[in-house]
Design a protein. Structure first.
Length: 95
């Protein structure tokens, strides 16, 4: 996967989350996530990468620059499942 947007789309696609759901888990606006996935936002803050990586359960270095091992589909799905459970237990709507 060549770009951050490719990696983000791939990881989100494994989870079956919508862009809106990922945005809520990451504490970002849906439009921002969509623009990143489309490659229209490339100058990102480290905090944005950190939030997205945390929500997807991937390393920031992998999401940012593709370095390191490709995260397993299983680990991404498990991390998102845990994040959804945590959000629901805190009364946060993620739909």
């Amino acid at each position: 996967m060549l770009t951050l947007s490719d990696r983000l789309r791939w990881a989100r696609g494994l989870t079956e989350l919508s862009a809106k759901q990922l945005a809520r888990l990451a504490g970002l606006h849906e439009t921002h996530v969509t623009l990143i996935e489309r490659g229209h936002r490339t100058a990102l803050r480290a905090s944005t990468i950190s939030k997205l990586a945390g929500a997807l359960g991937v390393r920031e270095s992998w999401l940012w620059g593709g370095s390191g091992r490709l995260p397993s589909e299983r680990s991404i799905r498990a991390a998102v499942r845990e994040a959804l459970i945590a959000a629901k237990s805190h009364g946060e709507a993620v739909s």
